[in-house]
Design a protein around this ligand. Sequence first.
Ligand SMILES: [Fe+2]
Length: 297
Amino acid sequence: MVGIILNHDLDCAQRRQRLFEGALLVHTPRDATAALADHAIALITEMLSAEDPERAQFALPVDQFIAKVGPLKSRFTNDLQTKKLVREVLIAFGCDLETTYFDVPRLRVVPHGGYLSSGVSYAYKAHRDIWYASPTAQVNWWMPVFEVTAERAMSFFPEYWDRPVENSSADFDYGEWCRVGRTMASSQVTEDTRKHPLPLAPVETRSELRIAGTKGDAILFSAAHLHSTAPNQSGLTRFSIDFRTVNLADLEAGRGAANIDSRATGTTLGDFLRASDFEPLDAGRWASPHQTAGSRP
Ligand SMILES: [Fe+2]
């Protein structure tokens, strides 16, 4: 059973425990989350040169849209101010900055309709982040930039929290993924031709859940939850922010969600930065973060 916990005042350890048990945590706006969204809006408005960014796609040929969105996403991710604002979010949620690490925040841009669903706007099929070699101790933070409706949200599939999905994660190695990604970036290829881990059987959608929040809201969920990019049929482009956190104490104690079906190799832990000073995590200590597939803690 997956519960949705709204605005509970949990400390960081309690919050992680609920997430590792499968809960979805929804928080309404705080100053720090609204500030991060406002920062994104400022960059979006400037780089799309659009007063109404949610409708900019309708005035731009797709190649021009890609030419604007690519640099926008890179700038948001690499901007020092973005990292500082993420740190403020973590402070607002009571996270210890010395033991909390985050990976660089991403800005997702999901256009309406069939305009573009690859490359800079790759539409993720149903997946668990642990299929991409994320650690089971990972917490995902997801925030709308503008108002989200069910027609432009992300999808959760809660019934699969404790139900394995046949998938191709055994073919996924994070080191190889990064090597291919670097090659693609240097050759300016806009379409993502990398091999994503995918379900190998149809995913039941009866339990599909879409949470429609607005600017400053935050949805927190375990990296072991099955989720996807919902097809956007809303008439507006969806903009959202996401980043991930891990806590050193969880890594050291081996705490995290159960891994019921991922066989990915490698680890994304080397991408995580300490919240206090943005120093990278020494990932070598946790070269193999996954528990044996099929086991439960
Ligand atoms: Fe994901």
